[in-house]
Structure formats: structure tokens, C-alpha cells
Design a protein around this ligand. Structure first.
Ligand code: PLP
Length: 447
């Protein structure tokens, strides 16, 4: 390819759309009505024709520092010129250790052991495997049951999918992992509708774990895995006291608590991690997305020192955890992570999110009287606007609102008839107004 090829991708459209089988996409519709962005800068994407689209979703909840950050790009370039790749099986390279240590500086106290993956899905499966290995190391190999939650999303690996609670993501694939069970979703539509921030009522939903313990026996349960705030299924904010209750029950029964912080990590809730904002520390935490500002794929799992020590010290000698990826700790990803963590600190991204949260919340809830809006939820720099489904056509109204917003210069995310928003944390008030103004117009147009 000519040297100008990269520049061309910012202004040209591909000739062949057929070869690429797109993920989580209506391929047939898309290929007839393609929607492309080709360049990103700050709060915005640009189409190949140069039309600006404000990014109301930080890509997929991941570009927290905004797009085209020179500091990250240059760090990747420098690293590629020094060491493109080296394995991390029985061999190390300095930058991966540096990245792990920097992550451990901002994880909650005691969660200081970092395992690298390449995505949120891999982080989910890794966390579940670490939990199983931990119990086996303690002499409780019978603890194999994994508990998730309805409407939970932990990616698309077999572990995350099985513990996850999205019917649509599961039913195409037949029998999944055995020995899983699910807590009820934290969402009580009748009682929670239009709550600002955390709902007051619903902590008791965590007590269902006691029922699962009574049913299966605590000594068969390895871990409970939940998102502090469920994102992909439409922003379900945990009721006050819910996660505290879950923590207490897990501790009482010797069950590991895993937080999936893939979207709640790195400032989205106004703190480094959701654990901090919500005041509950898990035993294991997964992360990805904002870790590198999504510039290079990377995920990680932070485990408590106890979990790490138990697994590592139980092995007589040799490899302690039979798990890892060719690209664990990849040098380019580690360089991107370090540059992102520098920006995270220098620009105080959690502080920026905290500062704009009241304006964000106000703007989101101003849609309350728009037609067909049945609920609005928000927490940190996340919001969801739930719409009534068209009779007999679930998802159609949501899709149309999404497409109208894009055509009018704002990227939102749609799940069924729920519009979700999660902007880069560098967002300013003018962007907030533009995003919610465009969304309101689109909802009115679809009335
Ligand atoms: N966990 C959560 C909470 C997520 O929101 C996501 C992605 O949206 C994942 C896991 C999966 O991450 P990935 O798509 O990087 O595999």
C-alpha cells in the first residue's frame, strides 16, 4: 500500500463491504445503508466526507480522554520502534511491568496484582478462571458454581456469556457453561422510574444470593460476578446498599466477589473505579476499554493480594496459573496504557467527570416530558433514556432515533428501545446541550 494509504482512509469509502462480517450488526441492512466514521478528534468523529458527528458514547464507552490524543499516539509510535513484540510467557519486557504497577496505583487498596488480557471479554473469562483456581488452591475444588445476574454483560467468551444475563446473546449458542446461576436484575421499573442517580429501594435484591446458597450450598459457589452499574443492558444503577449487601454475603459464605469494571473503570463514575464511588471493594476486578483509551486493545484483571498469594504459593513449583494470551502485556498496548494513565492523572479525568455530572444529569432528565419516554437513568457520566416500544415492533423506535441522531451529527448507542449515552470525560457543557438537544428532536420526530 502506498504511504498515503492511512491518510486516504480518513476521506475515502471502501469499495467492498461484503468481505467484512461485522460484529453485533444487522449486516444486511448496514451494507445497504452504510454509516461510516473515518477520523476522530477530541469530542468528535468525522465521516469520510468530513461531516462532524459528536461522540455521545466515547466509542463504545472507551475513549474517555477523547479522540486523537497525540500523547497516546506518540507513545505507541515510540514503543513500536523500540520493541514491537516479545512474549510474556517465561520472559518479560519492562513496559508491561511498569503498566501493571501504574494500574495498581489507582486500583482500590489490596487489589494490587494485575493480569493482562486483550479485551473485556477475556478479562471476564480470566477473572472466572482465577476464582476457580483460587478455591482449588485452598483445597475447595468443589467450589465451581459461578453466579451472575440477569441483564449482566461480561462479554462474549463462554465464561462471560454464561455468567452474563442477556438472553439474546445466549440462545443462539445452545448449552453454555454448566454450574451457573443468576441473581435478579437490580432494576425495578415500577419503583425506580426517573430516579436521579442511585435508587433508594432495592438493596434486598442482593439477598437472593442467600436463596442460591440454600439451594446449591455455599461450598459449591466460587464467585459472584456483577457490573457495579450494568451498562450494556441499558444503564441499571445499583440501589443504595445493594453492593454492600452483596459484599457482606459473599464474605460470609467464602464466595469471591468479582466486579466487572470494564465500563465503570477509569473515571466514568467520577472516581478511578466504580468500587471507589460505590464504597465496596471486590476480591477481583476486570477492566479494559478506558485502560488504553481504546487506542490499542488491552484488558486487565486486578486480583487481591490474597487471591494472588493463594494461587501462586499453592503450586509446588513451575507454572502456577495455566492461563495467558500471546498478547498479554503487549508492548504497544502497555505504552498506550501508560500514556493514557498519564492523561488520566494530568487532566484529572475523574474530577472532570464529577464536575460536569450535575449538568449532565439535569440535561438527561430534561427529556422526561418528551413523547414515549418511559424512564431516564443516570450515574456518573452515563445516562439512558428508555422509550416505549412501537406496538408489535420492539426496537424499531430506538433504531430510528439512533439513525436520526447520527444523521443530525450525534452518535448515541441503542439497545432495543433504550438509548444509552457515555461521552468522553472531556465533555463540556455545550456538547451536553447539543447531545441532548439532538436526542430530544429525534425522539419527537419518532413520536
Ligand atoms: N464487560 C462489560 C461490562 C462490558 O460493557 C463489555 C463491553 O461492552 C465487556 C465486558 C466486553 O468487552 P469487550 O467487548 O472488550 O470484549
Amino acid at each position: 500500500r502506498p504511504a498515503s494509504a492511512a491518510a486516504d482512509t480518513a476521506t475515502s469509502r471502501p469499495n467492498n463491504l461484503e468481505a467484512y462480517w461485522m460484529p453485533f450488526t444487522d449486516n444486511r441492512y448496514f451494507k445497504q445503508h452504510p454509516r461510516m466514521v473515518a477520523r476522530g478528534e477530541g469530542m468528535s468523529y468525522f465521516t469520510p466526507e468530513g461531516r462532524e458527528v459528536i461522540d455521545g458514547t466515547a466509542g463504545l464507552w472507551c475513549c474517555n480522554a477523547g479522540h486523537g490524543r497525540r500523547e497516546i499516539t506518540e507513545a505507541i509510535q515510540r514503543q513500536a520502534a523500540v520493541l514491537d513484540y516479545a512474549p510474556n510467557f517465561q520472559l518479560g519486557h519492562p513496559i508491561a511491568f511498569e503498566a501493571a504497577a501504574r494500574i495498581a496505583e489507582i486500583t482500590p487498596e489490596g487489589l494490587d496484582r494485575v493480569f493482562f488480557t486483550n479485551s473485556g471479554s477475556e478479562s471476564g473469562d480470566t477473572a472466572l478462571k482465577i476464582a476457580l483456581a483460587y478455591h482449588r488452591a485452598r483445597g475447595e475444588a468443589q467450589r465451581t458454581r459461578l453466579v451472575g445476574r440477569e441483564r449482566g454483560y461480561h462479554g462474549v467468551g463462554f465464561g462471560g456469556m454464561s455468567v452474563g444475563g442477556i438472553g439474546g446473546n445466549r440462545k443462539q449458542f445452545g448449552a453454555l457453561l454448566p454450574y451457573t446461576d443468576h441473581l435478579p436484575s437490580t432494576h425495578l421499573p415500577g419503583q425506580h422510574a426517573f430516579t436521579r442517580g442511585q435508587p433508594e429501594h432495592g438493596a434486598h435484591l442482593a439477598d437472593v444470593l442467600e436463596n442460591l446458597v440454600a439451594l446449591h450450598g455455599a461450598d459449591t459457589i466460587a464467585a459472584v460476578m456483577v457490573e457495579p452499574v450494568a451498562g450494556s443492558t441499558g444503564v441499571l444503577v445499583p440501589p443504595v446498599g445493594y453492593l454492600q449487601r452483596l459484599r457482606e454475603l459473599c464474605t460470609k459464605h467464602g464466595i469471591l466477589l468479582i466486579f466487572d469494571e470494564v465500563i465503570t473503570g477509569f473515571g466514568r463514575l467520577g472516581t478511578n473505579f466504580g468500587a471507589e464511588r460505590l464504597g465496596v471493594i471486590p476480591d477481583i476486578m476486570t477492566m479494559a476499554k478506558g485502560l488504553t483509551n481504546a487506542a490499542v486493545p488491552m484488558g486487565a484483571v486486578a486480583a487481591s493480594n490474597d487471591v494472588y498469594d493463594t494461587v501462586v504459593n499453592s503450586a509446588p513449583n513451575g507454572i502456577e496459573l495455566f492461563h495467558g494470551y500471546t498478547y498479554s502485556g503487549h508492548p504497544l498496548a502497555a505504552a498506550a496504557a501508560l500514556a493514557t494513565l498519564d492523561l488520566h492523572r494530568a487532566e484529572d479525568l475523574p474530577g472532570r467527570a464529577r464536575a460536569i455530572e450535575p449538568a449532565w444529569q439535569e440535561a438527561a432528565h430534561s427529556l422526561r416530558d418528551a413523547p414515549n419516554v418511559t424512564d431516564i437513568r443516570d450515574f456518573g457520566l452515563i445516562a439512558a433514556v428508555e422509550l416505549a416500544a412501537r406496538p408489535g415492533k420492539p426496537g424499531e423506535r430506538g433504531q430510528n432515533v439512533f439513525r436520526r441522531c447520527f444523521d443530525n451529527g450525534v452518535l448515541v448507542r441503542v439497545t432495543g428501545d433504550i438509548i444509552a449515552l457515555s461521552p468522553p470525560l472531556i465533555i463540556e457543557k455545550a456538547h451536553v446541550d447539543r447531545i441532548f438537544g439532538t436526542l430530544t428532536e429525534a425522539i419527537r420526530a419518532e413520536a
